[in-house]
Design a protein around this ligand. Structure first.
Ligand SMILES: Cc1ncc(COP(=O)(O)O)c(C=O)c1O
Length: 391
């Protein structure tokens, strides 16, 4: 049997992170004690009160398709949250669509607005899905390099220099995967004025907004003057509420932006899982104590790892102020990030992600997720130090 795959899917690779994951799994099966710092998901369980709400919904027979936009209780909870925490005013009736994770929301938005040949500005490095979703839609991802010297904060001038008459959209992610950088308000204001000047649509992926440390502040692009009508805000429950397996996210924005997104969502998945949506209502409306505890624990791990990494030879790292990643440079070792990640895995059994997986600017860096226990992190840092001494 031989079926030719579509050009669309042939044109994009399987993620090159897979190689590392698979090798880690193979080694684990053979008895190696692998420390997992590759996975970008919380190691905590979903808070009990959220699970109870979903269980109750299941018991009460909430097992059918919901409205395309999601159950009204959740849309109202999202509208209230966006207003109180993000200063974004949306109508729960038609300005939010609940989706199967942020990923589906981003997919729907890109497919709703991007035509073949349209250019989309994307931070480099960045979550690798953005560029492949854009390519699947026939668009052209245009990388906007971020530099360690700038703390991996986007330089709006570089953004401007990359705009052509084909640029339609930019995708902004803050707090940022993989570097942990947070865009300050003054930079967001400059990005906003460029978006307005060139009439660009913006996807603002704010999935890590609650994982923020020190005195950093999360500002939503859509809350800035003139931005609501051109910004699709993406958020969800995977990270802050430890609900990644629930697959729940949403897109929110002006009704005219949401109409084509909902149309895409309708043909894509119809609606997000019914009883999971009831859990999400509780996540937003119930106690935030578990979230606060998780953030405190992430912060402890971040500080500990940064102290250890800073003291190691041949590494340089920007202090991350958001998300749960550290993105040190190992350029001084002379190894590529893929070689480095493979050696760290095979020689000291730490699974991590080569920076080049996130774009050209990630070359020479490694992403370590601190979404694993403090005990594992301590062991991992000892091993990493022992490894670096070998150079
Ligand atoms: C920047 C960013 N956006 C979105 C997601 C995925 O979100 P979801 O689980 O809601 O699809 C991730 C997951 O790693 C991410 O890093």
């Amino acid at each position: 049997m031989s079926f030719t795959t579509s050009e669309r899917i042939s044109s994009i690779p399987f993620s090159n992170i897979r190689e590392i994951f698979e090798e880690a799994k193979r080694m684990e099966k053979l008895g190696s004690d692998i420390i997992h710092m590759e996975i970008g998901r919380p190691d905590f369980d979903t808070p009990e009160h959220i699970k109870k709400a979903a269980n109750l919904a299941l018991e009460n027979g909430h097992v059918h398709y919901t409205s395309n936009n999601g159950i009204m209780e959740l849309r109202e909870a999202i509208a209230q949250k966006l207003w109180q925490e993000n200063k974004i005013k949306i109508d729960p009736e038609n300005e939010v669509a609940v989706s199967i994770g942020c990923k589906e929301a981003i997919f729907n938005t890109v497919f709703a607005f991007i035509n073949p040949g349209d250019e989309v500005l994307i931070q480099d490095p960045s979550w690798l899905e953005y560029q492949y979703i854009v390519k699947l839609a026939g668009g052209i991802p245009v990388p906007i390099p971020l530099y360690a010297e700038d703390g991996f904060v986007m330089n709006p001038e570089i953004l401007r220099q990359n705009i052509t008459n084909k640029t339609r959209m930019m995708i902004i992610n803050s707090p940022h995967n993989p570097t942990g950088s947070v865009l300050p308000k003054n930079v967001l204001e400059e990005i906003a004025s460029i978006a307005i000047e060139y009439d660009l649509l913006v996807i603002s992926d704010e999935i890590y907004e609650k994982l923020i440390y020190d005195d950093s502040e999360h500002v939503s692009l859509a809350s800035l003057p003139g931005m609501f009508e051109r910004t699709v805000t993406i958020n969800g429950f995977s990270k802050a509420y430890a609900m990644d397996g629930w697959r729940l996210g949403y897109a929110a924005g002006h009704v005219e932006l949401m109409k084509p997104i909902v149309k895409m969502h309708q043909y894509n998945t119809s609606s997000a899982t019914s009883f999971a949506q009831y859990g999400a209502v509780e996540a937003y409306k119930g106690s935030q104590e578990d979230v606060n505890q998780m953030v405190k624990e992430f912060d402890k791990r971040r500080k500990f790892m940064m102290e250890r990494i800073k003291a190691m030879p041949l590494t340089e790292s920007v202090n991350p102020s958001g998300a749960f990643y550290i993105f040190p440079s190992f350029k001084k070792t002379g190894l590529s990030s893929v070689e480095m990640a493979k050696r760290i895995l095979t020689e000291v059994n730490i699974a991590c992600v080569p920076g080049s997986a996130f774009g050209e600017q990630g070359e020479g860096h490694i992403r370590f997720a601190y979404s694993t226990s403090m005990e594992e992190i301590k062991k991992g840092m000892d091993r990493l130090e022992e490894f670096l001494v070998r150079f």
